[in-house]
Write a protein that binds this ligand. Structure first.
Ligand code: C2E
Ligand code: CA
Ligand code: CA
Ligand code: CA
Length: 281
């Protein structure tokens, strides 16, 4: 029996070691990824109730020559932990502004783009300055930019956060709260902070039909957001039934494979040329 325990402890230690080594390896590759042009952005269309595209969410992709396609959920946390995130974050902001400004020119209309900003990125001292500088250099309209932040940002010092958010808002940039309901949120924060949009996490949308509690969460998030005058986006919408129930509950924005997957910029251009889109900025 004790040998068995010893063995499993050994196996566990090996697995830990392997996990550790794997992460070290990914981190080394990630350091080279930017120089080797292995990182790029894809854009997932976001729809309004009428079925028009009102915006897109920018999502990062890493096509590593050694590791293949690495999902962002695997490398973003590593980038955060290893201090690479500010650099990758600047790459994201610059690429999105350049590419979307180019699409605005081709389509002759600006549209919304949401950029995911991690807590670390947001709290970085140079973040706002770099964002404003990039907006100026690319001639992107700040009105068409939305920053997606997670609730966990709001467990940081709210007193230092509020002036920063107000500065961002004053520029005309919108704030969206991502994955709402999965982290640490408090209603009093929603009241104090200038938030334009709540995003319902995919996990709630997934379980809405099977799990009564998930359905109630969805209904409550929509009710809270609407009471505060915010837009509500449901993410991970995969079926017509989900879209219809969400609309019935009062959700006004939708994103998911039912409408479109995240698309490379060339495919996004085609999608926007073939679908009606709202020029809301
Ligand atoms: P998120 O911000 O919650 O993004 C939504 C994720 O759901 C994306 O995964 C998207 O591709 C996926 N998705 C959207 N619709 C559907 C659907 O109908 N079905 C399914 N199965 N999935 C759907 P992705 O691109 O793998 O990104 C995962 C997470 O990585 C993101 O979650 C975000 O937290 C992070 N991430 C991605 N890109 C960036 C970025 O540019 N910057 C930062 N800081 N984080 C990013
Ligand atoms: Ca997001
Ligand atoms: Ca999300
Ligand atoms: Ca999510």
């Amino acid at each position: 029996e004790s040998k068995k325990i010893k063995n499993s402890a050994h196996i566990f230690a090996n697995a830990m070691q392997e996990g550790f080594l794997k992460n070290v390896h990914i981190e080394q590759e990630l350091r080279k990824a930017m120089a080797h042009h292995e990182l790029f952005m894809v854009y997932q269309p976001q729809m309004d109730v009428e079925g028009s595209v009102y915006g897109v969410e920018a999502l990062i992709r890493w096509n590593s020559s050694h590791l293949g396609l690495v999902p962002p959920n695997d490398f973003i946390p590593l980038a955060e932990a290893s201090g690479l995130m500010p650099k990758i974050g600047r790459f994201i902001v610059e690429t999105v502004c350049l590419e979307m400004q180019a699409l605005h020119q081709i389509l002759q209309h600006p549209f919304q783009v949401s950029i995911n900003i991690s807590v670390r990125q947001f709290m970085d001292a140079g973040f706002l300055e770099h964002l404003l500088q990039t907006i100026e250099q690319t001639q992107m309209r700040s009105l068409s930019i939305t920053l997606e932040v997670t609730e966990n940002l709001f467990i940081e010092d709210v007193h230092s956060l509020l002036p920063l958010l107000k500065q961002i808002k004053a520029m005309g940039i919108q704030i969206s709260m991502d994955d709402f309901g999965t982290g640490y949120s408090s209603l009093s924060m929603l009241r104090k902070l200038p938030i334009d949009e709540l995003k319902i996490d995919k996990s709630f949308v997934d379980e809405m039909f099977e799990d009564d509690a998930a359905q109630k969460m969805v209904q409550n998030i929509i009710a809270i957001g609407k009471n505060f005058g915010m837009h509500i986006v449901a993410e991970g919408v995969e079926t017509k039934e989900q879209k219809e129930l969400l609309s019935l509950f009062g959700c006004d924005r939708f994103q998911g494979y039912y409408f479109a997957k995240p698309l490379p910029k060339e495919d996004l251009l085609k999608f926007l040329q073939e679908n009606s889109f709202t020029c809301n900025v």
